[in-house]
Design a protein around this ligand. Structure first.
Ligand SMILES: [Cu+2]
Length: 296
């Protein structure tokens, strides 16, 4: 029982939140990670260390030159001084001597996941050539590695999607370093510089004759097609009604009209009417064909 209480108190002490000066948030410290071997450590709250090495000397280092510590703050607020960026570390460059045993204290101040990921380490002792700290903030996680003997500049970034592109990029210089990395905020030239220039405004004519001329060819066939298809049943019904009630009236009218006319005059009159009707029917059929033929 006493043992359980002691463990509980120890655990409470170890994960006790640190006061976050800037925002009043509580920074949870992840320091009870399970060692999965090969320098890979994790805890149940998503804290992760990859490539930890506290005692294996890299080739060429006959001893640890010095023990050093850096504290890295990560978060949105550090991006404010870099226009166009969203995330950043509080520093963009760290310098250490070759064969340094370096402990990185990584403090993620955002309520999202961030990483302090270093690339290009020798694969004979760092699996995947990486050293990597990762935690969901606000939280702190610390890891240790021993740097190689060679003068070299290493890329450090957050590998969460788009975080490096949005500013979370830095470099660690060992000894005299090597070629610096591009696009490190406030440190090196951008590969693709941001362009915030306002494009020149092209004057727009208020009369704008061109759109008016170009509109009719597309608008007219569509409009007539729609009107024809929607009005066709009404027209058809109207025709039937006109035929049913109009025909007797027309016959009686013609009967009166033909009274007293010679058969020749009646025939001539009917022939003229037939010609007119034929022309009308042909015109109607042409219109109908124009409306229903396949477009294009
Ligand atoms: Cu990130």
């Amino acid at each position: 029982m006493t043992h359980t209480i002691r463990l509980f108190l120890l655990g409470t002490l170890l994960v006790s939140p640190l006061a976050h000066a800037a925002t009043g948030q509580q920074i949870v410290e992840h320091n009870q990670l399970m060692d999965h071997g090969d320098g890979h450590l994790m805890d149940m709250d998503g804290g992760m260390i990859m490539g930890q090495n506290k005692d294996k000397l890299p080739a060429g280092c006959d001893r640890i030159s010095e023990d050093a510590q850096i504290t890295v703050h990560a978060g949105h607020q550090y991006a404010k001084k870099f226009p166009g960026s969203m995330f950043a570390f509080d520093q963009q460059e760290w310098k250490v001597k070759p064969c340094t045993r370096l402990t990185v204290n990584f403090i993620n101040e955002d309520n999202i996941r961030h990483q302090w990921m270093m690339h290009g380490l020798p694969k004979f002792m760092y699996d995947k050539g990486m050293f990597h700290l990762e935690v969901t903030g606000p939280a702190k996680i610390s890891g240790t590695l021993i740097l190689p003997k060679e003068d070299r500049t290493y890329l450090v970034h957050c590998d969460m999607a788009q975080h490096m592109e949005k500013g979370m990029k830095a470099q660690l210089v060992v000894g005299n370093g090597s070629t610096p990395f591009p696009s490190i905020p406030g440190l090196t030239e951008k590969v693709i510089p941001d362009d915030y220039s306002v494009p020149a405004v092209t004057p727009v004519s208020t009369t704008a004759p061109a759109p008016i001329q170009s509109a009719p060819p597309t608008a007219v066939p569509a409009a007539s097609g729609t009107a024809a298809s929607s009005s066709f049943p009404t027209t058809y019904l109207f025709g039937i009604l006109l035929g049913a009630f109009g025909t007797p009236w027309v016959i009686s009218g013609y009967r009166k009209r033909f009274e007293g006319m010679s058969p020749g005059a009646v025939a001539n009159h009917l022939l003229t009417r037939l010609q007119e009707t034929t022309r009308y029917v042909i015109a109607w059929l042409q219109t109908l064909y124009g409306q229903f033929k396949p477009k294009g």
